[in-house]
Every structure is written in structure tokens, then in C-alpha cells.
Design a protein around this ligand. Sequence first.
Ligand SMILES: NC(=O)c1ccc[n+]([C@@H]2O[C@H](COP(=O)([O-])OP(=O)(O)OC[C@H]3O[C@@H](n4cnc5c(N)ncnc54)[C@H](O)[C@@H]3O)[C@@H](O)[C@H]2O)c1
Length: 343
Amino acid sequence: MQSRNEKTQTVLIAGGAGFVGSHLCDAHLARGDKVICVDSYITGSQNNVRPLLNHPNFLLVESDIRDLTKFDEPLDKIYNLACAASPPQYQADPVHTMMTCVAGTGNLLQLAERHQANFLQASTSEVYGDPVEHPQREDYRGNVNCTGPRACYDEGKRAAEALCFDMVRAARVSARVARIFNTYGPRMLPNDGRIISNLLVQAISGDPLTIYGSGEQTRSFCFVSDLVAGLMALMDVDPNPGMPVNLGNPGEFTIKELAVMIESLFPTTPGVVYRPLPQDDPQRRRPDISRAQELLNWRPQIPLSEGLQRTAAWFEATLSDSKEFGSRRTKAQDRAAALAVER
Ligand SMILES: NC(=O)c1ccc[n+]([C@@H]2O[C@H](COP(=O)([O-])OP(=O)(O)OC[C@H]3O[C@@H](n4cnc5c(N)ncnc54)[C@H](O)[C@@H]3O)[C@@H](O)[C@H]2O)c1
């Protein structure tokens, strides 16, 4: 909580109605800040912030960051989390994804400059592409296919990082860049193609677990509360590191190991089915978090076994509460269907 003599900070969170953004809204409100949540709901939902709608320090604004609404009141901090994050969602309308990353980030950086607000860009481990160095340190420049189906996101996020560091070099904005590795937890969409939500929803529904490829590919999974603590620490650290910072859990698991952990939570799961690996899917992912440890004194606290239990409990409660939640399509999925008809 904020002490009485600290000034209330006004924090704008673009993408605040999404999975990570809604937890960040919760954390800033709990600290006593005023939160302006900006979202177009293309992949997020008002449901994620519904409990906050009557909070006196919370304001929800529907706006697309590619064509951002004007904000007159003073802003102290701006987070840019606005971007579809899972491959099926960001590939649904790749031009929208790229323009969100480039034009949208540019608009928010200009807003930060006008308000002299600190800025944090949610970048991604996808900037490392299918990495040939392991674990990934921030000085590794990555192995990205710049014309493939994931490029709208990987290259979009790389361009957004470049914009941030141009603004920092020109001393126009104190921009910070978090390279986020796979994050999971309550409020993930059940049908957005992320591995943990996929497997948990299949297990809860009594379906076999789908593994893409051999299952020997690895990922590192960070529980959402750990990520939010890291984002807030990076936003607040003084001086600005002036370089990207990896945020993720360095524990590394094969997808097969993950499936076994989920089977142990749901012992009646009827086994595993294998499907072909999507194009450009990375083989190995593990963050080197020494920079975050040194600069922010941050490291994840929640082990995968505990985070999976908490997430599974949330999915079980939510899926049984609302039958239509399981089949809810996002605007991104509707756009993909409309584009397919136009073609
Ligand atoms: N969750 C992860 O594992 C992960 C990993 C790496 C990076 N990230 C980054 O973190 C951020 C949040 O990810 P998430 O998992 O919460 O995804 P999410 O899809 O749940 O949230 C993104 C939010 O941004 C909104 N949005 C998208 N485009 C917009 C636009 N043009 N204008 C306004 N709002 C827009 C969506 O409606 C949604 O509410 C994203 O920028 C993502 O790239 C997430």
C-alpha cells in the first residue's frame, strides 16, 4: 500500500483488459494508484476487469492504440501491453498486429513524452525467434524469420523495441523494455492456443492432451503474479537501465514433462495425441534472468507445480460457472473469419 505522504500516481495500462494487463491493474490499484485501463477488447474482455469497474480509482477507456484517444489528465506511468499474444490470435489479422506494435507503440511513446511519464514496453522472448544460443541473454540478437507467419509479432515487437530505444537515446522518454517469456495463470483464454491453457482445458474436459511435434521442445513458464512484480520493479527502477530486461522463470520443461504434470492433476486424462509442429515454432526457450536479478533484485517465487494447481482451479471454477465462456470467440478470431470470407 502507498504511504500517506506519497503522491497518488496515475498509471495508464494499454492492454489492461487482457490476461497480464488485468493483473497489473489489480496490483497498481492495491498499491493505491489511479489506473486508466485502455483496451480495444480485440483479445481481452471487460470480464477481466469487471470487479474493478466500481473502484473509485479505476477508469476503463475503449480505444485502439493505433488511433489513440486523447488524454488530458497528467499521467505518471504508461505501460504498453496492448497486443495479441498467442500465435492464433496475433496471426488472425497480422497487419493489425504489426500496426499495433509499430503505430500503437509510437502513439503511446508520444503520449509518454507529452506527459513526461515513465514508459514500459511489454516485449517478448519471441524477439529471439528460434534461438541458437541457450539460455537466452539480452545481448543475443536472435534467429527470427522476418517474412514468416510469426513475423507480424516477432518483427513488430522488435520494431517497437527499436522505437523505445530511439526515444531513450534522444532523451525524449524514459522507456523500459521487458522481454517477457511464457506466462500463465488465471484469466488466460481457454481457447487461445497457449500450451498451458490448451492442456488444462483438455484435461478438465476429459479429452486427450494435444502435443505439437515430439514434445521434446522446451519452454519456461512464469506465473502471472511473478511477472507483474517484475514489470512494476522495472517500471520503478531508477536510473532507467536503458537496455532490455528478460522477465521469465528460468525453470525449463519439455512439453512432455508439462503434460505429465497436468496428467497428475487430472489422473483420468485419457493420454496424449501428437500433431505436427507449427511453422517456426522454437525448439528451446529459457531466459537468463541475471540482469533482472542484478538490476531489480527480482526472481520468480511460484514453482510450476503450484502455479499449475492455481490455474487449474481457476479454469475449473470458470468453465463450470459459464458454459459459454469455453466457446467464447475473441474479436481477433471474428476478424480472421471475416478476412477469410473476403479472400
Ligand atoms: N502472456 C505471455 O506469455 C506473454 C509473453 C510474452 C509477451 N507478452 C506480451 O504481454 C502483453 C500482454 O499479453 P497477454 O498475454 O496479456 O495478452 P492478451 O491478448 O490477453 O492481452 C492483450 C490486450 O491488448 C489488447 N489489445 C490488442 N491490440 C490492441 C490495440 N491495437 N489497441 C488496444 N488494445 C489492444 C487486447 O484486447 C488485450 O486485452 C502483450 O503485449 C504480449 O505481447 C505476453
